[in-house]
Ligand binder design. Structure first.
Ligand code: NDP
Ligand code: 8X3
Length: 247
């Protein structure tokens, strides 16, 4: 299979790339950091096609996907994984630039990739799209404001895609993980490694390997079965009750 993975240079994307290559698939690995892509190419070999691409750039996404080499063109699986949270400040203290960056990446970037790949899947009547949502798209928490809202978009867009694709063999899944230790929190806390590590202190988070295994399971389900949504959390994470302010 040909598997197109955005955000392949770190975390979930890197773990998925390694897993799918080890299973003999071809992987198109997308990320912005060229040096990481070069190292991946060296480590993973001919079944890896590195694509240095910022998914926020609509024209470049369209161009690079339309110019894929012939033997890489017929994408079987699109994994819209690239994304980020920036900050945990309350909405009234947040930076509008952070909000825009999250919307442009988690929503617009995902849409550009989907829009470029989906018509080919429908034409071939075969394909699978897996979107990385989050528990933050379902459950609110302080400081989750725009990040959670972008993931709520991913949830509903995934379900709406299924509605449009009924009658085709194209499948869509939204996977919604909870806390998982990758570079995610380093990005969220702007490189403050201590703050990022403290988030996982005294608990056992999910790992990128857990997500890669789950996605491999989704991809290997038979063609008649669509996994709509998967929500998964560390056993050490759960929900909270309503907050009440008392004066
Ligand atoms: P990482 O920070 O480890 O990886 C994020 C990846 O996205 C990197 O490879 C980064 O590569 C890439 N990326 C970011 N922006 C762009 C862009 N504009 N264009 C192309 N690539 C981009 O985080 P995770 O692996 O943890 O996160 C992956 C996804 O999972 C995200 O959508 C995140 O919101 C979601 N998620 C994460 C959870 C967690 O707790 N870790 C839980 C739930 C969901 P580069 O910088 O090279 O471009
Ligand atoms: C990230 C998961 O629980 O940190 O999407 O919001 S959480």
């Amino acid at each position: 299979m040909i598997i197109f993975i955005t955000g392949a240079t770190s975390g979930f994307g890197l773990a998925m790339t390694e897993k799918f290559i080890s299973l003999g698939h071809q992987v198109i690995a997308v990320g912005r950091r060229q040096e990481r892509l070069d190292k991946m190419k060296k480590d993973l070999g001919v079944n890896l096609l590195p694509l240095c691409l910022d998914i926020k750039n609509k024209n470049l996404v369209t161009k690079q996907i339309s110019e894929l080499p012939l033997n890489w063109k017929n994408i079987d699986v699109l994994i819209n994984n690239a994304g980020m949270a920036l900050g945990t400040e309350s909405a009234q203290k947040s930076s509008i630039l952070d909000w825009e960056e999250m919307i442009q990446t988690n929503i617009n970037g995902l849409l550009y990739c989907t829009h470029a790949v989906l018509p080919g899947m429908v034409e071939r009547d075969k394909g699978q799209i897996i979107n990385l949502g989050s528990v933050a798209g379902e459950f609110p928490y302080p400081g989750g404001n725009v990040y959670g809202a972008t993931k709520a978009f991913v949830h509903q867009f995934s379900l709406n895609l299924r509605s449009d694709l009924l009658g085709t063999k194209v499948r869509v899944t939204n996977i919604e993980p909870g806390m998982c230790q990758t570079e995610f929190s380093e990005v969220r806390f702007r490189g403050d490694i201590t703050k990022a590590n403290n988030l996982y202190a005294g608990m056992t988070p999910l790992t990128a390997a857990d997500i890669a295994e789950t996605i491999e399971w989704i991809v290997s389900r038979p063609a008649h079965l669509n996994v709509n949504v998967i929500s998964l959390m560390p056993t050490d994470q759960a929900f909270s009750g309503f907050a009440v302010h008392r004066s």
